[in-house]
Write a protein that binds this ligand. Structure first.
Ligand SMILES: N[C@@H](CCC(=O)N[C@@H](CS)C(=O)NCC(=O)O)C(=O)O
Length: 226
């Protein structure tokens, strides 16, 4: 089966990163099409992928279309039962689905206060109480996953959909210098070392415009992914 994936600007579009990791981290080939955000052409391009309203959007060679990151995950898992998108163990799989769904629908304070930006590290960012509460909740979820994990650095040992969904959270922790415990920090570092994510960031560095809308007005340092 062939696939196409419509994404936004790699340096900034966290949902696009999730969608792309669902292919790249599982060695599933996909033809990527970039739809630059904040351009007049953005909506018109989405019209070609109707009924999509946002990026990412995935389309299979047989015409099936998924216009949401979680739908892409479920669609690919259904079509490729040979690929371990979710943990095999039922209890781990239930938790993986739960924490992925919670990422998809929640952690809104962190998401709105700290837009993903893979180009810079912001210095002196001061998280408010709502962001700290989201971080505490995320650490609770990650620790619960690790208690069910097999071998490997990811939430459930081997890389699963849950890791693709939390990759942009790890990038926010790294990029805003957010303080987390040792276990969570190790998990953030696993993402920083993850070859597909590094390739995504390098492509964004090479191709993307700087989007001023994501400027936090803080001093910057290099993004901590060398
Ligand atoms: N629930 C969607 C969210 C997708 C989303 O909000 N994408 C952003 C880019 S990161 C977007 O397309 N924004 C443009 C807009 O909302 O007009 C998903 O999981 O895919």
């Amino acid at each position: 089966m062939s696939y196409e994936l419509l994404i936004g600007d790699r340096s900034y579009s966290s949902w696009s990163l999730r969608g792309w990791l669902l292919f790249a981290a599982f060695d599933l080939p996909v033809r990527v099409v970039v739809n630059e955000m904040y351009r007049d052409s953005f909506r018109a391009t989405l019209d070609d992928w109707a009924p999509a309203r946002t990026v990412p959007v995935a389309r299979a060679g047989d015409g099936a279309l998924w216009s949401d990151s979680l739908a892409i995950a479920e669609g690919l898992a259904e079509r490729h039962p040979d690929i371990a998108f979710w943990p095999k163990d039922p209890a781990a799989r239930a938790l993986a689905r739960s924490i992925t769904a919670e990422m998809h629908s929640g952690h809104t304070a962190l998401r709105s206060a700290c837009p993903m930006n893979l180009r810079v590290k912001w210095e002196g960012f001061a998280p408010d109480d709502a962001v700290l509460a989201d971080l505490a909740r995320i650490e609770t979820l990650w620790a619960a996953a690790r208690r069910l994990a097999g071998d490997g650095p990811w939430l459930f040992g081997a890389y699963t959909v849950a890791d693709a969904f939390y990759a942009p959270v790890a990038m926010r922790i790294a990029g805003y210098g957010l303080s987390v415990g040792a276990g969570a920090q190790r998990y953030v570092e696993a993402h920083l070392a993850h070859a597909p994510l590094r390739a995504w960031r390098a492509e964004g560095e090479a191709r993307d415009r700087t989007l001023e809308v994501y400027d936090m007005g803080l001093p910057t340092a290099p993004f901590p992914m060398s």
